[in-house]
Design a protein around this ligand. Structure first.
Ligand code: NDP
Ligand code: 8X3
Length: 253
């Protein structure tokens, strides 16, 4: 197994949900974690709580120039990212395509697809140069199936799946590993963001069954990163036991 202790791990979207849980888990096993997201206040609180070797990086992944500047400005000792977790992402709305919101579409495409590209493009050359690294993308069951009114969100997660496969092909001559972890329903702030702050509607998404928690995904991510260097877990789908597919969920209401 690879010893994760001392590795530099960059987690995007570390201010909430799955990303926060991933950052916590990596810190727990002794990694040096770069906590990246827009809400620096949350990141600072998390860094204080973790108390270990953390670096806070205020970052909007949608802003290509800001991504390059932020990564260039990492202090000495934090430049050499060993593990990149492309987790920052969101959904906006749940509407039929012909009734969809242009702004919501841009939020999703710019964050889930372009943001992942900007960060990966900034980090990967260093990994290739150093001859080591691991990119772990957080996709979704929505990257393998499409559900009604999921149109653009599902398209962005299908894009994450395609980009994961593309990266793996392009990096095959290097030791850099590329994986995707694709969750089903995880109780986070995801639905609150999707429904523009309507917390009553958001809560109903997770009622009547036991959803995943961020830490379930964090366990999978850290396990996968700890596999020996010659082992790439290419793709892992993690579902709540009550969920069989993107559209089949057993609820007891
Ligand atoms: P949360 O809303 O709890 O967390 C989303 C994170 O993404 C936040 O930390 C947020 O930070 C960050 N983020 C959003 N936009 C940006 C941006 N422009 N720049 C930097 N960071 C950004 O949701 P989840 O934890 O559930 O979502 C994490 C990932 O998991 C997403 O990619 C999502 O698609 C995926 N996923 C979620 C599932 C679920 O059921 N919850 C299932 C499958 C996949 P901030 O606002 O501070 O910038
Ligand atoms: C998030 C899970 O089913 O809401 O990717 O798309 S779902």
């Amino acid at each position: 197994m690879v010893n994760i202790a001392g590795k530099v791990v960059l987690v995007t979207g570390a201010s909430s949900g799955i990303g926060e849980a991933i950052a916590r888990k990596f810190a727990e096993v002794g990694a040096r974690v770069i906590l990246a997201a827009r809400r620096a206040d949350r990141l600072n609180n998390l860094a204080l709580e973790l108390g270990g070797d953390c670096h806070v990086l205020e970052l909007n992944v949608r802003d290509r120039e800001a991504v390059n500047e932020a990564l260039d400005s990492l202090p000495k000792g934090w430049h050499e990212v060993d593990i990149l977790v492309n987790n920052a992402g969101l959904s906006r709305g749940l509407d039929k395509l012909h009734e969809g919101s242009f702004e919501g579409w841009e939020d999703m495409i710019d964050t889930n697809v372009k943001g992942l590209l900007w960060v990966s493009r900034a980090v990967l050359p260093g990994m290739v140069k150093r001859g080591r690294g691991h990119v772990i993308n957080i996709g979704s069951i929505a990257g393998h199936e499409v559900y009604p009114a999921g149109n653009v969100y599902c398209a962005t997660k299908h894009a994450v799946d395609a980009l994961t496969k593309g990266m793996r092909l392009d990096l095959v001559e290097t030791p850099v590993r590329v994986s995707t972890v694709d969750p089903g329903l995880v109780e986070t702030e995801f639905s609150e963001v999707r429904f523009y702050g309507n917390s009553d509607r958001a809560k109903t998404v997770y009622q009547g069954y036991k959803p995943l928690e961020g830490r379930d995904i964090a366990e999978a991510v850290v396990w996968l990163a700890a596999q020996p260097e010659h082992v790439t877990i290419a793709q892992m789908t993690v579902l709540p036991t009550a969920q069989a597919s993107a559209t089949v969920l057993h609820k007891k209401l």
